[in-house]
Design a protein. Structure first.
Length: 335
């Protein structure tokens, strides 16, 4: 049976510097195909490697100038690790100040195509894949790799049970890299709680979690609160629900509450969505998935949004059952 969505808390935490708590994700600009809505309007007409490299670097420059200090990428984001590594190499002052998180467990298989692809990425959480992908990530990011997450873990993933893999990850943690996992699917809460219980030689293995939380999908909130209370780094991804909460797409009855609060606060819907995520007391970092400079600038106006308890309660009406949300997400086209 579908579970009821977790309500958005009606109180916000004490004010904190939002730009320093916003991270920039590179999923939308590191490869030509992704599932964000409105993608045809966001990227250059010719999605060449050079065009997306330039777009990625421009976004990183603007984000850093605005105070963003957490940068998120993954092995499966096309050439995103490469683009980020090149940016770090040419901006040593910025490189010394940012935290870089990447992910392993998916292999990019689209070959820089957006159509005619059987699978854009293939998931495997094995020690064999970890061994290959940590070498690849290290070759590009070197000492800048601060956080390394198992990508898109679900409750039955071997990443939660494989002692050989756990040994590999513990060795990486001993080198000073924060080891964690990202989650997906309607059972995120179960996955997070199982991860909190994983230990190697009596020490917690997973000390970071990146999970989907947005105004449409709030079900992981209790488990994320537990993770935060246990001292884990908590990163929120997909706060814009792959574009469903962006203003140009928030036009249906399912997002009426967002438009109402936007009108009352004179804030853009995307800024409201990010501000609501940042208002969660367990959220350490909230990722922007901006693909254009205008999107990034709009996202960062979330710092100017002051949400009242009434606003947060009204926005809580957007939440869907987790199964409904993930079923809709699975139908979004790669474009």
């Amino acid at each position: 049976m579908p579970t009821e969505p977790e309500p958005v808390p009606a109180t916000a935490p004490a004010a904190r510097s939002l730009p320093a708590r916003v991270g920039l994700g590179t999923a939308a600009v590191g490869r030509p195909g992704y599932i964000n809505l409105g993608r045809a309007d966001d990227l250059p007409a010719e999605r060449t490697v050079e065009a997306l490299r330039e777009r990625t670097h421009a976004l990183l420059d603007a984000a850093f100038a605005a105070g963003v200090r957490y940068l998120d990428t993954a092995r499966s984001y096309g050439r995103a690790e490469e683009f980020l590594a090149q940016w770090l190499a040419t901006r040593p002052e910025a490189a010394a100040q940012v935290t870089v998180g990447s992910k392993w467990g998916y292999t990019y298989t689209a070959g820089w195509r957006t159509s005619g692809v059987a699978a854009h990425e293939v998931k495997e959480h094995s020690a064999r894949v970890f061994d290959r992908q940590i070498r690849e990530s290290r070759a590009l990011l070197g000492s800048h790799l601060d956080v390394y997450l198992v990508h898109s873990v679900v409750p039955d993933s071997p990443a939660l049970t494989d002692p050989v893999l756990h040994g590999r990850l513990a060795a990486l943690a001993a080198e000073g890299v924060r080891v964690g996992l990202s989650t997906s699917g309607p059972a995120q809460g179960d996955t997070i709680r199982r991860a909190l219980d994983v230990t190697v030689e009596g020490r917690p293995l997973f000390t970071a979690v990146q999970a989907t939380w947005n105004l449409l999908e709030t079900s992981a909130a209790p488990a994320l609160g537990e993770a935060h209370a246990a001292g884990r780094l908590v990163v929120v991804k997909e706060a814009m629900a792959n574009g469903r909460l962006a203003g140009r797409n928030a036009t249906g009855p399912d997002t009426a509450a967002l438009r109402t609060v936007a009108a009352r606060t004179a804030a853009a819907p995307d800024a409201l969505a990010l501000a609501a995520a940042a208002a969660q007391p367990w959220a350490d970092i909230v990722l922007s998935g901006a693909a254009t400079l205008d999107q990034l600038a709009s996202n960062l106006t979330a710092a100017e949004v002051s949400l009242t308890p009434e606003d947060l309660a009204a926005l809580g009406a957007l939440a869907e059952p987790a199964e409904t949300y993930w079923r809709t997400r699975a139908c979004l086209p790669w474009a």
